[in-house]
Design a protein around this ligand. Structure first.
Ligand code: G3H
Length: 530
């Protein structure tokens, strides 16, 4: 077992554990007197390995789950609540206040992203900054949406004022790999569109939400956002069973999504906004630029140790260039630097899930037993909180690494001579998020792009898969997603078209004019938000 010498700069030390017993319901920061869940980092603070104790958060119970849902329902008040009927510019003002307060927490949040989930410093900073930018972009986009709606239409003698309205109460559950960004990419558009929400942070990356509790409390009217801590089974299930959750917004895996959906008694009524598993392939064609393909496949498969839904989770390389690619690729994997998140140049970092190295080991054992090999020298070396990424070749369809979303450092490789091999595999797969296609010959590329665009929702030409820039649509086919996210699409996903219609006659038009003059409806308004 390899171990590392700990170098912990003063700047990144956590002075003391964060014991946060607070949670937010109905605008009140309540203190929990019951059981607390201890939070550990898989990063050691001492030379002899031991997880670092980071603090604790409440392990709330069913009662608090029900209270939080009640608070969200009351704030929505069947659409009559202050928040869903508030003027757009006032909701925007609340969001602007929130983002300012959030920005002040950058240093601590970035530090906690590193400690809690092991993300390296540049990526932790990027996660924070990208989220702040996402909020600003959402505000701007909502202004545009509102400006476009500030008008009347007339068709076949019917005058209409069409806007987008909220859907109701949103249960928001985010993932551990982007505990801030992905969660807020759900929560922020949900709130700004006038919905109310209950939000439960993921199992890792939970302490980093605690410094933001006050910001939420101070920025939004009571009950609009409720934040609870604890286990999904204990908290989310009872909420779903009431049938009063209007929208399930979840980024995670389909197993937990399906389990929750099944508990909702009126599934036809439940709206779903889901980001689920993927097994994005890279396809490397004979005339690909090899150095570029190697660089992008490293970034795609191993950024944040492959713990991204968009990660490249299988590579298909054409036989004609297989030997050359594998040689360069395995050397590049073994040349990567492993270290703690704040270590200069650390690309590979500790895995937050204590059982992940063991899981990857099981995938390796299974592949080896079925004729696969680890073809990089360091592949499979175990450390206390890590396993060196194995490059596995040849991978066959009966192997677990072919079938399962590894969500960690392990790279399965298949070779092909007929392009239908990867295409058929993709068509048979349960997933359909993105693909990376490497090549230069347009005669080969063009028909492939046409086919691939119908198998997934983003074809990345000569680059790794990724979600960003966040203005682009992020979605997937089959088991990979439901609904579309992006700055703009998320506003649509969390709202519904709703409008006021009236027959075009003198009496109606004068009522309309009176309403506009009195300026006492939030919905009927031609105000142009600056
Ligand atoms: O885990 C899935 C994330 O949406 C990936 O985002 O491609 O920007 O890393 P990213």
């Amino acid at each position: 077992m390899m171990s590392t010498k700990i170098q912990l700069p003063q700047k990144f030390k956590l002075n003391q554990p964060i014991e946060s017993n607070r949670y937010l319901i109905n605008g009140e920061l309540l203190s929990w007197k019951g059981k607390m869940a201890k939070v550990y980092s898989s990063i050691s603070s001492t030379d002899s390995y031991q997880p670092t104790y980071l603090g604790s958060v409440p392990e709330l119970e069913e009662q608090q789950a029900n209270d939080s849902l009640e608070a969200a329902l009351e704030a929505y008040d069947q659409g009559k609540g202050k928040w869903p009927t508030m003027r757009v510019k006032e909701r925007i003002a609340c969001m602007q206040k929130f983002v300012k307060l959030m920005e002040a927490k950058r240093e601590l949040t970035v530090k906690l992203i590193m400690w809690e989930i092991g993300k390296n410093l540049p990526d932790a900073e990027k996660e924070f900054d990208r989220t702040v930018q996402y909020i600003y972009d959402t505000i701007e986009d909502y202004k545009n949406l509102d400006r476009d709606a500030a008008k009347f239409e007339k068709n076949e003698g019917v005058v209409a004022h069409i806007r987008r309205g909220p859907l109701g109460v949103v249960l928001c559950l985010g993932p551990y790999n982007y505990p801030l960004n992905e969660t807020f990419a759900l929560l922020i558009p949900a709130l700004i569109m006038g919905n109310t929400a209950v939000f439960k942070p993921a199992k890792f990356g939970v302490l980093l939400i605690t410094p933001l509790l006050e910001a939420f409390q101070e920025s939004f009217p009571k009950g609009v956002v409720n934040i609870v801590f604890g286990r999904g089974r204990v908290l989310a299930s009872p909420m779903m069973k009431t049938g009063k959750v209007d929208v399930l917004a979840l980024i995670g895996n389909s197993k937990s999504a399906n389990a929750l959906i099944d508990q909702h008694p009126k599934s036809n009524r439940l709206r779903l906004i889901l980001g689920l598993e993927a097994k994005n392939p890279a396809i490397i064609l004979p005339h690909a630029d090899l150095d570029l393909a190697v660089k992008e496949c490293i970034a795609g498969s191993l950024s944040f140790n492959g713990q991204r839904c968009t990660a490249l989770k299988i590579i298909y390389v054409h036989e004609a260039i297989r030997t050359a690619f594998l040689e360069k690729f395995t050397a590049a994997v073994d040349a990567l630097k492993f270290g703690n998140p704040w270590d200069e140049g650390a690309f590979l970092t500790p895995l937050p899930e204590p059982n992940k190295p063991q899981y990857i080991q099981e995938l390796i054992d299974d592949a080896l037993a079925k004729g696969g090999k680890i073809i990089n020298k360091k592949g499979g070396r175990l450390m206390d909180n890590y396993i060196w990424p194995p490059v596995l070749y040849p991978v066959t369809k009966d192997m677990r690494i072919y079938e399962e979303e590894q969500f960690g450092p392990a790279i399965p490789i298949r070779s092909f001579t007929d392009i239908n091999t990867p295409l058929n595999d993709m068509a048979d797969s349960n997933y359909g998020q993105q693909v990376s296609l490497f090549g230069k010959d347009i005669k080969e590329l063009s028909p492939l792009i046409d086919a691939l665009a119908n198998l997934v929702c983003r074809v990345n030409l000569n680059s790794s898969c990724q979600r960003g820039p966040d203005v682009y649509p992020f979605t997937g086919r089959k088991d990979s997603a439901k609904a579309t996210l992006s700055v703009h699409d998320a506003l649509r996903s969390f709202s519904i078209r709703t409008f006021v219609a009236l027959k075009d006659n003198e009496e109606n038009l004068s009522i309309l004019e009176e309403i506009l003059k009195a300026n006492n409806s939030s919905f009927i308004s031609t105000d142009y938000i600056l």
